[in-house]
Write a protein that binds this ligand. Sequence first.
Ligand code: URA
Length: 207
Amino acid sequence: MKGVTVITHPLVRHNLTRLRDERTGPQEFRRVLSEVAALMVYEATRSFAVAPLRVKTPLSRAAGHRLQREVVLVPVLRAGLGMLDSILQLIPHARVGFIGLKREETTLRATSYHQSLPPNLKPFEVILIEPMLATGGSAVAALDLLAELGARHVRVVNLVAAPEGIRRVRAHYPKLPIFTAAVDRRLNRKGYILPGLGDAGDRLFGV
Ligand code: URA
């Protein structure tokens, strides 16, 4: 699928299988999700823009680079929190914003119950951390919030996607880069990804 990068590194596949396994309890789930997130963000940031930077080594001048834009990480609550810490270890200078979404009972639309984000996202590289891309409703709602704040350089780091979710995000944001570890079969009637890994928030936090 265009714009969707499936990260097939053996360590990612190995760890994703451990996350899928129903026998993996919250303690191990947290650790493994964190490891996968670090591997994924390495790939997901490969196309970050860099600007030239000259430095002096103890011996000579050297041509180098710096990241062109500051980075904002935006985990979608709750499950996005499980990928945050290890990504922050790789990008320790990043700022962190949060988006909390809930689904309206009647309309099934995702609406925000919490957001804390820089007021102007235009200058930033933004990484939206949304582990489960199911219907795509919450991803689109989160992306709409980011767009309202002027975000121009957004990418999504996702663990497992359903084709339905990708199609929905694509319909609204055709050029958005999506990085995932797997595109699964489909959604079930309750909107869970098959085979998926269950409710990522419950698996992470045990409730
Ligand atoms: N959210 C989850 O945590 N799991 C799914 O399968 C779908 C949405």
